[in-house]
Write a protein that binds this ligand. Structure first.
Ligand code: NAI
Ligand code: NA
Length: 396
C-alpha cells in the first residue's frame, strides 16, 4: 500500500513506517557523528517514542551504549490503518539497537497507571537489576488518576483574563487573531494533575521502593519557559502552572533520593515542532519566526541536537551540572538569547498572511510537522509499497 499524509484538523492520521525509520536512522547518525558520551548505562525513558523522549533514548543508546527500556502510549498498525508514528519510531529504534548489540525493550501502555509501572518494575528486575538514569518526557492531554480513578483533562488557557494575539494555521499559512478565554473551574488543578510532577514522583517512589535505583541515579524531566510573546498562554497560563509544579517536584524527588545520593533535574528545552506543541495556539507562529532567526544565526537545533547537548555539555561532563538560579538545567539558552528574542518580537509585529512565508520559516515548520509522521524524508521512496509491518516483532 502507498501511504500519504492525511490531515484531520491539526493532526495527521497516517504515518509512514519507512519515513519514521529514516527519522530514527538520521538521529542515530547524528549522535554517532558527535562521539561517545560518558553517560548512564541503564536507562528508562518514560515517553520514549517521539519528540524529546525518543531523542533521549537514541542519545543514551547510541551515545553511551546504554541498555534502554522505553515506555510510551502508541497505536499498533491494524487492518487498513497505519500505526501511530511513535510505534514505527520505536520499532525502528529497537531494530537498530539490537543490530548494534544493545539491549532495548519497550512497554506500550498508559504510563500513568499502576499496571504499567508494575510491568516496568518487573522488566527492570528481570533484565537490568538497577537503573541509573530515568528520563521523564510525557506529554499528554489526559491522565486517568491511578488512585482516584478520575480522568483529568489538561487545558491550554490563560489565567485571569482573556488573551488576544496572532496565530497561524501552518497548513494554509493564514495568520489570524484569536482570543482565548481564561481558564475557569478546576482547569488549573486538572492541568497540574496531568502535566505536573505527581506522576514523575510516583514513578520515582515506585522504582525506589522496589530497590531498582542504582547509587547516584539521576532523573530528568523536561520543561519550557519561552518568550514574552507566548507567556500568557504558556508559562503564565494553565500549562505553566503544571511546569511550576514539575520544577518544584524535582526538589522533593532529590530529597527522597538522599539515601542513594540520587538527583532529580528539570531541563528547560527549546520550542520545537512536536505533536504536543502543534496543538498549542500562538506557539506555531512563534516557532516559525524563531526558526527563521535561529537558522540564520546557525543556532537552530531539533530534538536530537538539544538532547545531545543536554547530555554532552550539561549532564555528563564529569563536572557539576550547571543550573540556573531556580536549579534548572537550561538548553533553551540559544532560544532565550536577548538578541534572538528581540528579533522575533520585531518580526511578530509585522507578520501577516501575505508576508509570513518570507518573514518566518513556515516551510521549515511544515517540513518538521510532516517529518513527525514520517513524511518528507530524503532517501525514502514514498511511491513504493510501504511495508507496514517493519519491526513488528520487536514491540510487545
Ligand atoms: P511528544 O508528544 O513528542 O512525546 C510525548 C511522549 O509521551 C510520547 O512518547 C507518547 O507516546 C508519550 N505518552 C503520552 N501519553 C502517555 C501515556 N499516558 N502513557 C505512556 N506514554 C505516553 O512530546 P514532546 O514535545 O517531546 O514533550 C515531552 C516533554 O518535553 C513535555 O514535558 C513537554 O512539555 C516538554 N517540552 C516540549 C517542548 C516543545 O517545544 N515541544 C519544549 C520544551 C519542553
Ligand atoms: Na517525548
Amino acid at each position: 500500500m502507498i501511504i500519504e499524509p492525511r490531515m484531520r484538523g491539526f493532526i495527521c492520521t497516517t504515518s509512514h513506517p519507512k519515513g519514521c525509520e529514516q527519522n530514527v536512522k538520521n538521529q542515530i547518525e547524528y549522535i554517532q557523528s558527535k562521539g561517545k558520551i560518558a553517560g548512564a548505562k541503564k536507562v528508562l525513558v518514560i515517553g520514549a517514542s517521539t519528540g524529546f523522549g525518543l531523542a533521549s533514548r537514541i542519545t543514551s543508546a547510541f551515545g553511551s551504549d546504554a541498555a534502554t527500556i522505553g515506555i510510551f502510549f502508541e497505536k499498533a498498525p491494524s487492518e487498513g490503518k497505519t500505526a501511530s508514528p511513535g510505534w514505527y519510531n520505536s520499532a525502528a529504534f529497537e531494530t537498530a539497537a539490537h543490530h548494534a548489540g544493545l539491549y532495548a525493550k519497550s512497554i506500550n501502555g498508559d504510563a500513568f497507571s499502576n499496571e504499567i509501572k508494575q510491568q516496568t518494575i518487573d522488566l527492570i528486575k528481570a533484565d537490568l537489576g538497577q537503573i541509573d538514569l530515568i528520563i521523564y518526557s510525557l506529554a499528554s492531554p489526559v491522565r486517568l488518576h491511578p488512585t482516584t480513578g478520575v480522568l483529568h483533562r489538561s487545558v491550554l488557557k490563560p489565567i485571569g483574563e482573556k488573551f488576544t494575539n496572532n496565530t497561524v494555521d501552518f497548513h494554509s499559512g493564514k495568520v489570524t487573531e484569536i482570543t482565548i478565554e481564561p481558564c475557569s473551574g478546576d482547569d488549573i488543578e486538572n492541568t497540574v494533575t496531568v502535566m505536573g510532577g505527581e506522576d514523575w514522583s510516583m514513578w520515582m517512589n515506585a522504582l525506589k521502593d522496589a530497590d531498582l535505583l542504582a547509587p547516584g541515579a539521576t532523573t530528568v524531566a523536561y520543561s519550557y519557559i519561552g518568550s514574552a510573546l507566548t507567556e500568557a498562554v504558556y508559562r503564565n497560563g494553565t500549562i505553566g502552572r503544571a511546569k511550576d509544579h514539575l520544577e518544584a517536584t524535582a526538589f522533593s524527588i532529590t530529597d527522597s533520593l538522599a539515601a542513594i545520593n540520587g538527583k532529580a533535574y528539570v531541563s528547560v528545552n527549546k520550542a520545537l515542532v512536536t505533536q504536543a506543541s502543534s496543538a498549542i495556539p500562538v506557539i506555531p507562529l512563534y516557532i516559525s519566526l524563531l526558526y527563521k532567526i535561529m537558522k540564520a544565526e546557525g543556532t537552530h537545533e531539533g530534538c536530537i541536537e538539544q538532547i545531545q547537548r543536554l547530555y554532552a555539555q550539561r549532564l555528563f561532563t564529569g563536572n557539576e551540572v550547571p543550573v540556573d538560579e531556580k536549579g534548572r538545567i537550561r538548553v533553551d539558552d540559544w532560544e532565550m538569547n536577548a538578541a534572538v528574542q528581540a528579533q522575533v518580537a520585531a518580526l511578530w509585529k509585522q507578520a501577516n498572511t501575505e508576508n509570513l512565508a518570507e518573514l518566518g520559516d513556515l516551510e521549515g515548520y511544515r517540513k518538521d510537522f510532516y517529518n513527525l509522521f514520517g513524511f518528507g524524508f530524503d532517501g525514502v521512496d514514498y511511491t513504493a509499497d510501504a511495508n507496514e509491518l517493519v519491526g513488528i516483532e520487536s514491540i510487545k
